[in-house]
Design a protein around this ligand. Structure first.
Ligand code: ZN
Length: 409
């Protein structure tokens, strides 16, 4: 047999042997694993995080589930890379596997912060409110602590119960709430200091916003890379709103594209919407745990909706971009005007400082302590949201997000 033939024979033998080599079976997909576990226990806890969860937390979740009077399915899982995009689809995927009406809650943990997704599926014909509308009416929703799983899940079950049959929403336990914030109405010394710092950099204001921007960019503060990570319950809510706005904007773009023939103007509207939508998605995907980033995503997604509908794109409220659009220009100082929503405008008229979007940053020599400050007092150098006032000072947030150097992400 020639060398060539022998080699060919060896190769063929290997090909025959390969398929029968033992293969490790891939674990079943996550939704299948959870749905299978729910057959015996409707509170599923992933083995990787189970040791860290006190039994008292699980007991509270079980007790509230029993009280609800409808099926409640809960899954506690670690936040793994790649889960973010899938998380919001999980309740639907799980309900499809279980096939039963009820509340489906998926809670995930990362760095000791719990967040998640949920869905309330009702038996056919049953009337009631949507979980989303009950939640947005819940005045305590933003104060629920998220350093352990039970407070958020228990509150979701209570909100679902109200949505289910209209029973009143009970007050949350005091131990489940973050300590009360300072009154929003009286400008504190810190507010006044912040304002004077801001006014300080704007002295003159002759070149308008450009000058504000240049001066703000060159202003330095200690611990300038403050990560806007707090208050956590608030961040969770803004992230949910951003996801909703992104989804609605994307749907509107799709609707527009379905039309048989688009005019040049309509194509422009579509392109403008896509530009903002892409930036919103990038912010949301890159920094899901950063309040500034998810707020930026919310602002850009709302603007994408305006653009695709052919409406003028509105700047956000400078003080708190999660407010309604900044439809009025208000004097922040004699020389500087910023766009503000009606509420903030009225507050300023009364001589008060709007509370503003607050973020937490580390202070002190070792950066060990944290303080909560208005976002506009942060150093804007590496943060396009701070630098542009979320696009309220200069309407270039989408471009800044896309041009951002990789190391700042
Ligand atoms: Zn406002």
């Amino acid at each position: 047999m020639s060398v060539l033939l022998r080699r060919l024979a060896t190769l063929l033998a290997a090909l025959v042997v390969l398929p029968v080599l033992p293969v490790h079976a891939a674990p079943p997909p996550l939704p299948d694993r959870i749905a299978a576990a729910w057959r015996t226990d409707r509170v599923y806890v992933d083995a990787r995080i189970a040791p860290a969860i006190p039994l008292s937390e699980l007991a509270r979740i079980r007790a509230e589930s029993t009280r609800a009077g409808f099926a409640v399915y809960v899954a506690l899982i670690p936040r793994t890379p790649g889960l973010s995009e899938k998380l919001h689809d999980l309740p639907t995927l799980l309900q499809a596997r279980v096939g039963q009406p009820g509340l489906y809650v998926v809670a995930t943990v990362s760095d000791n912060h719990w967040s998640g997704a949920d869905g309330l599926f009702r038996p056919g014909g049953l009337k009631g409110r949507s979980l989303t509308s009950v939640r947005s009416d819940d005045k305590q929703r933003l104060q629920i602590v998220d350093d352990r799983p039970a407070p958020g899940i228990v509150r979701t079950i209570q909100q679902a119960a109200t949505a289910y049959d209209g029973r009143p929403l009970p007050a949350a336990l005091a131990s489940d709430l973050e300590p009360p914030r300072r009154s929003r109405d009286t400008p504190s010394i810190t507010d006044l200091e912040d304002r004077s710092v801001f006014i300080g950099v704007c002295v003159g204001g002759l070149a308008g916003f450009l000058l504000v921007l240049v001066l703000t960019l060159t202003r330095r503060r200690p611990s300038n890379r403050a990560k806007a990570a707090e208050p956590t319950a608030y961040r969770k809510e803004i992230r949910r709103q951003a996801d909703q706005a992104i989804k609605q904007a994307a749907r509107a773009v799709q609707q527009l594209e379905k039309r048989p023939k688009l005019s040049v103007t309509q194509l422009d509207h579509r392109d403008e919407a896509n530009r903002r939508l892409d930036a919103a998605r990038a912010l949301r995907a890159d920094q899901p745990d950063d309040l500034l980033a998810v707020t930026g995503a919310l602002v850009l997604a709302r603007q994408a909706q305006q653009a695709v509908a052919g409406r003028p794109v509105q700047p956000p409220c400078f003080f708190d971009p999660t407010h309604r659009s900044g439809t009025t220009r208000v004097a922040w100082d004699d020389d500087v005007e910023v766009p503000a929503c009606r509420t903030c405008e009225q507050k300023l008229r009364k001589g008060k400082t709007p509370y503003g979007l607050r973020v937490s940053r580390s202070t002190g020599l070792l950066g060990r302590s944290r303080e909560v400050v208005p976002y506009w007092t942060l150093d804007p150098e590496d943060n396009p949201m701070v630098a542009s006032g979320f696009g309220a000072l200069t309407d270039d947030l989408a471009d800044r997000v896309r041009k951002r150097p990789e190391d700042a992400r």
